[in-house]
Design a protein around this ligand. Structure first.
Ligand code: FE
Ligand code: FE
Length: 163
């Protein structure tokens, strides 16, 4: 996302542009998650990722709902940042013999994905409130809560697998 492309002049423009950015990111994430589920070795990790894939699909619907509430058409813009983060996550080698190493690498990569999403949603919520759109903030808050929950679960799995 280019924050300072010529068509961004107001907080309102920033809000919509960032909404398009996270819309794209969520779509890419839901396409990348099945590959990561396939690579994950432990059952708890697979389970968390499968549940989060379902959530990601619902999150896309919520973002589209916010577009409509805001009177804008659901659209997305490319986000090279999330593309790079996901590329690293999907690249994690299946040839590594130690299962724990694969899971540890997957969790590390996924936490970057979650932290990206957390940053985007936190910003969007702050801007929605600034724009007097608490209704939009409430919907986005649901997505943020899910990202935070997954981030915590990944941390717990990482700690238990490291033992
Ligand atoms: Fe998400
Ligand atoms: Fe997520």
């Amino acid at each position: 996302m280019a924050f300072f492309s010529s068509d961004i002049k107001t907080i309102d423009d920033l809000f919509l542009t960032t909404l398009r950015d996270i819309h794209y990111a969520e779509k890419q994430i839901s396409e990348a998650l099945p590959h990561m589920i396939e690579k994950a070795k432990s059952r708890p990790l697979k389970r968390v990722l499968q549940a989060h894939l379902k959530e990601a699909r619902i999150q896309i619907k919520r973002i589209e709902q916010v577009f409509r509430m805001y009177g804008a058409k659901p659209r997305h813009i490319d986000c090279p940042a999330i593309d790079g983060i996901l590329e690293e996550a999907v690249d994690i080698g299946g040839a590594v013999p130690d299962k724990r190493v694969i899971d540890a690498a997957l969790i590390a990569a996924l936490q970057v994905v979650e932290h990206f999403e957390i940053a985007r949603y936190a910003t969007l919520i702050a801007w929605a409130k600034e724009l007097g759109r608490n209704d939009c903030a409430i919907v986005l808050q649901q997505n943020l809560a899910e990202e935070n929950a997954v981030d915590r679960k990944l941390g717990v799995i990482a700690a238990s697998e490291a033992r």
